[in-house]
Ligand binder design. Structure first.
Ligand SMILES: Nc1ncnc2c1ncn2[C@@H]1O[C@H](COP(=O)(O)OP(=O)(O)OP(=O)(O)O)[C@@H](O)[C@H]1O
Ligand SMILES: [Mg+2]
Length: 300
């Protein structure tokens, strides 16, 4: 039987991005780009967000692609963000169909209709992409935000550099822990609403909530992380790049209270799983971790 440590290592590797998935993401990016360049003046496009930083969890969905528009499209910036989102939506509906395409606050989501099995596997295919219209602005980008009714600034490079620094300061275990907590956040046991929204907030919080260095044990780190996240979910969490609106703006007080309760419950469940292993009940401990996280946590 697996020890808790072996199970966590297997879990971590199951949440890692592999070559076949990257190949599929790249193929999808090219496909969407080859179409969109026929509709808009696009300077370039690139895969970004948590996917690019290796902090995205499985199954791979909502992979962010920035479509950097040329200067000739700059009239969009004088219009409400809903205009560019509406035009991208319309263009993508023409190719992918009404059912597969959805407007979001800062992007248009395209779903490829990939089926997820009971173990959360997808045969190495990505489920969907978030198409983000963007304008370059010095080293930053401006993207539409229909929640605020404004164009907001963002800087993927600063977010990536902060994640890399945190990862290195944590014996290269930080990104794995972030993917695990984001996987917990997606567990269907929470119902259709994730405890923490947006899930980027978990990564932003982890920049500060994982401190003191890696102590060598996944179980204790996870228990402590859930507990610190619960303690600090009511704080205001600014954009780590200091450009966009606070990342914590996505939840109202009721939603934060629910997140706190669920994070606290998660830390208590982690504690019981640790205790089960201490009592020599290893199989029960693995089952408890699997209930907490979901089917990618291995039992064998
Ligand atoms: N409030 C914000 N201000 C500035 N940039 C932001 C803000 N929110 C998100 N971003 C940037 O946009 C990217 C995409 O946002 P998104 O909400 O998809 O997060 P994500 O990190 O990709 O997480 P997920 O795994 O949920 O997709 C983020 O990775 C971050 O770089
Ligand atoms: Mg994303």
């Amino acid at each position: 039987m697996l020890t808790t440590d072996e199970a966590f290592r297997k879990f971590k590797s199951r949440l890692e991005l592999n070559d076949r998935e990257q190949q599929n993401a790249s193929t999808r990016q090219n496909e969407v780009r080859d179409y969109l360049v026929t509709k808009f003046a696009i300077a370039n496009s690139f895969l970004t967000g948590s996917y690019k930083r290796h902090t995205k969890t499985k199954p791979l969905k909502d992979i962010d692609i920035f479509f950097v528009l040329k200067d000739s499209e700059k009239d969009y910036k004088d219009k409400a963000p809903s205009v560019v989102i509406g035009d991208f939506h319309k263009a993508l509906v023409d190719k992918y169909g009404e059912k597969a395409v959805r407007k979001q606050a800062r992007s248009v989501n395209v779903d490829f209709g990939v089926v997820v099995d009971a173990e959360d596997n997808t045969e190495y295919r990505i489920l969907s992409v978030d198409v983000v219209p963007a304008f370059a602005s010095g080293d930053d980008y401006e993207i539409p935000d229909t929640d605020n009714g404004k164009w907001i600034k963002t800087n993927p490079k600063i977010h990536a550099d902060k994640a890399t620094a945190a990862h290195q300061a944590f014996s290269n275990e930080w990104k794995g822990l972030v993917r695990m907590v984001k996987y917990w956040n997606n567990n269907p046991r929470h119902g259709s609403d994730k405890p923490v929204k947006p899930s980027f907030l978990l990564e932003v919080m982890a920049l500060q909530c994982l401190y003191g260095g890696w102590q060598g044990r996944f179980d204790y780190e996870i228990e402590g992380l859930f507990s610190t996240l619960a303690d600090r979910i009511f704080d205001t969490w600014a954009d780590p790049a200091g450009l966009g609106p606070p990342i914590s703006d996505g939840m109202d007080a009721t939603r934060k209270q629910r997140a706190r309760d669920l994070l606290l419950a998660a830390s208590r469940e982690a504690r019981s799983a640790i205790n089960l292993a201490k009592q020599g009940r290893n199989g029960d401990a693995l089952k408890a971790w699997r209930t907490l996280f979901g089917p990618k946590f291995p039992l064998s």
